[in-house]
Design a protein around this ligand. Structure first.
Ligand code: GLN
Length: 195
């Protein structure tokens, strides 16, 4: 597969957009900031970054991204949500807020790690990603409280689910775009079906 030909969009309404664009380019993909739904057509996959999920949600509604991203998913394109992006993909949210994209069979607890641990780093083991452990950077992160049958749990921290995949949907409660470690973005790019 020629990765340089893959075009990966990063939803650019609010949040850690630039960091994802950089790491995707580093992985050999063509990274594209996405500001309008019509720009989704030219993509092979989409990243929904971390930030403030309530703000991104409002902007997604305002700029009519909800149905467009649901359609993008229906057409088989992979979507990766980090942190707030994970919340936006979830079917169920505990701790404030309604589902937005309502696509992934996960129940998510917002700001789950509490005020004591607003941001922290830990070493994670991730199934499907070999080599040394992955440094998980958590910033006011959610965790995944429960998952549906079709969801694969890829990583846990202290018994809490912090990474999962359901078909073409990938989510992490932490921020790999802040670590300079490309392995999760590489994994995501490989989720693109060959055509
Ligand atoms: N706490 C934020 C929210 O609920 C998510 C934090 C993040 O994306 N780093 O939207």
């Amino acid at each position: 597969m020629n990765l340089s030909k893959k075009r990966i969009g990063v939803l650019s309404l609010q949040g850690a957009v630039r960091e994802h664009l950089h790491i995707l380019e580093d992985c050999g993909a063509h990274a594209v900031p996405i500001k309008k739904p019509c720009e989704l057509h030219k993509l092979d996959a989409l990243v929904i970054p971390g930030g403030e999920s309530t703000t991104i949600r409002k902007l997604m509604i305002k700029y009519e991204f909800i149905d467009a991203i649901k359609q993008f998913h229906k057409e088989g394109m992979p979507i990766y949500g980090t942190c707030a992006g994970l919340i936006l993909l979830a079917k169920k949210i505990i701790g404030g807020g309604e589902p937005s994209l309502d696509l992934m069979n996960i129940e998510v607890r917002r700001n789950a790690f509490g005020r004591q641990r607003e941001s922290f780093e830990v070493d994670l083991k991730i199934s499907g990603i070999g080599g040394k452990s992955f440094v998980g950077v958590f910033i006011r992160s959610p965790w995944i409280e429960s998952v549906g049958e079709s969801v694969d749990i890829l990583s846990k921290f202290e018994d809490k689910i912090v990474m999962a995949r359901e078909g073409g949907l990938l989510v992490t409660a932490f921020h790999p775009e802040l670590t300079g470690d490309n392995r999760i973005h590489d994994y995501f790019i490989k989720m693109i079906k060959k055509s």
